[in-house]
Ligand binder design. Structure first.
Ligand code: GLN
Length: 492
């Protein structure tokens, strides 16, 4: 079979369970594609071929014995921020270039227990700080739709790998948009769950009060399958919530689009940097949902202007604290021939961290320093609460809120946006993390250059099933999610 990479997760599961093909065949098929096509896309930092084939054989044995779980034998790629025992975990940084974790992240352990086969670890912005994946120590990843364009970030490797059919599904993390924006740039479906739904244990911390892992795939249905594996309480993560987990697959038709009230924030569609074609495609998708029976309700989200400054104080503040553990002493990069302890700290961190990470550490340290703590950090926390309240008020009148995931489509690699220009590109995603809400990106068409556009739907707390269900039904009525980039059409 040459087109195994065209199958959905449900079709892969059925094919494996009915022995139409083996996990070894499927895994070899993907490894072959990676060996050929990823030389252009550059989505993988580490390919774990040998281990993947061993995992595939174990899955095949379980399938043969008739005791395999539903995803057993299906390959996936992990963002290189999830710790993997025995495999390098770099977080896209020179600091962790040779780091091998002694344990698996909970998400990784759950995927293994479900019989999923790890193809490897995929590229990302250094320590998940960025929107292009260019800040990776391992170089830029190409957008499968136009290889000289960025795939978005920070989970750009995850998005590019799935969009080029180099993995059927991938994990990502979203601190301020890092699942939704690359999903948008690469024409994929990506879900950022409610804060606390997916364990952060073993997920290298960027900003702990915002970080959340989630699935990236072609469709809502594929995302639902992965969510069924990774969601749930974890005693090892103190912010993980002990709440029953939905069966996301069983609920795919559980929400009716008929009668659904979709909030359209006035302020969002008047943002100055919003590209006209992105706006048009998003409006067309909303029209489609309207045809399917939803009603569009104009709403106010008055705090919109505060999103970027609030996030870009809180996230760096938390990062400056989280990243203090990388000191050149216990693990990670260590400078050569330090003259004393201070020199060891200073040079290990200056040489091990890239420019964007250093910028964030400096901003965060400044915001947390004694004289400025109240003026910046405490104030940002207060504004954060107002942003959350703004959403809760909106949800009194609407079921979900619609927005673009990003104001533009993917830009060129090396476009060299200034940090503030890049931060402004996060306008539509940051508030969701500040409020801890779930949100999903769905592909809804293309711009003139054939680059994908994404629609974002934001839900109330714990509405993952609802978001997946709405997008699933949209995908039953449209075919944007079936479009393939030309590099994905190549055979290995
Ligand atoms: N682009 C945002 C940032 O640079 C979000 C990144 C993320 O979600 N990890 O912080």
């Amino acid at each position: 079979m040459t087109d195994l990479h065209r199958l959905s997760i449900r079709e892969l599961s059925e094919g494996l369970q009915q022995a139409q093909f083996s996990s070894r065949e499927l895994t070899e098929h993907y490894l072959k594609r990676i060996a050929k096509i990823d030389t252009k896309v550059k989505s993988y930092v580490t390919v774990t071929a040998e281990q993947a084939l061993a995992e595939a054989d174990a899955a095949d044995a379980a399938l043969k014995a008739g005791n395999a779980s539903v995803l057993a034998g299906i390959p996936l790629a992990h963002k290189d921020i999830f710790c993997t025992k025995g495999i390098k975990t770099t977080a896209g940084s020179k600091m962790l270039d040779n780091f091998i974790s002694p344990y698996d992240a909970t998400v990784v352990a759950k995927a293994k227990a479900a019989g999923l086969v790890t193809l490897g670890k995929v590229n990302m912005d250094e320590f998940a700080m960025g929107s292009t994946s260019e800040s990776s120590y391992f170089g830029a990843t190409g957008n499968p739709w136009a290889l000289d364009h960025v795939p978005g970030g920070s989970s750009g490797g995850s998005a590019a790998a799935v969009a080029a059919d180099l993995a059927p599904i991938a994990t990502g993390t979203d601190t301020g948009g890092s699942i939704r924006q690359p999903a948008s740039f690469c024409g994929l479906t990506g879900l950022k769950p409610t804060y606390g739904r997916v364990s952060r244990f073993g997920m290298i911390a960027y900003a702990s009060s915002l970080d959340q892992g989630g699935p990236m795939a072609r469709t809502a249905e594929d995302c639902a399958y992965l969510m069924n594996v990774i969601a749930g309480h974890d005693a090892k993560d103190s912010t993980s919530i002990n709440k029953e987990v939905d069966d996301y697959v069983a609920n795919l038709n559980g929400t009716s689009v008929k009668g659904l009230r979709i909030g359209i924030p006035k302020q969002y569609f008047n943002v100055s940097g919003l590209d006209a074609e992105v706006k048009a495609r998003v409006e067309e998708s909303l029209k489609k949902l309207e045809e399917m029976g939803a009603s569009l309700v104009e709403i106010d989200l008055n705090m919109t202007e505060a999103y970027v400054p609030t996030y870009y104080l809180i996230a760096p503040a938390e990062a400056s604290s989280n990243l203090s553990r990388f000191d050149g002493v216990r693990y990670g990069y260590r400078c050569e021939n330090p003259v004393d302890l201070m020199d060891l700290y200073k040079r290990s961190r200056s040489e091990g961290f890239g420019a964007e990470v250093q910028r964030r550490i400096l901003i965060g340290t400044y915001a947390l320093s004694a004289g400025y703590y109240d003026a910046y950090y405490v104030k940002a926390q207060k504004v954060r609460r107002l942003i959350q309240q703004d959403f809760l008020k909106a949800f009194e009148n609407v079921d979900v809120i619609a927005a673009p995931s990003a104001p533009t489509t993917a830009y060129k690699i090396g476009a060299n946006l200034s940090p503030t220009e890049m931060y402004l590109g996060d306008i539509y995603t940051l508030a969701v993390n500040l409020a801890g809400l779930p949100a999903i990106n769905a592909p809804v068409g293309f711009d003139k250059e054939s680059l994908p556009v994404g629609l974002q739907l934001i839900g109330n707390y714990w509405s993952e099933s609802q978001l997946l269900s709405i997008v699933h039904q949209y995908q039953q009525n449209t075919d944007w999610h079936t479009k393939r980039a030309s590099v994905a059409e190549e055979t290995a």
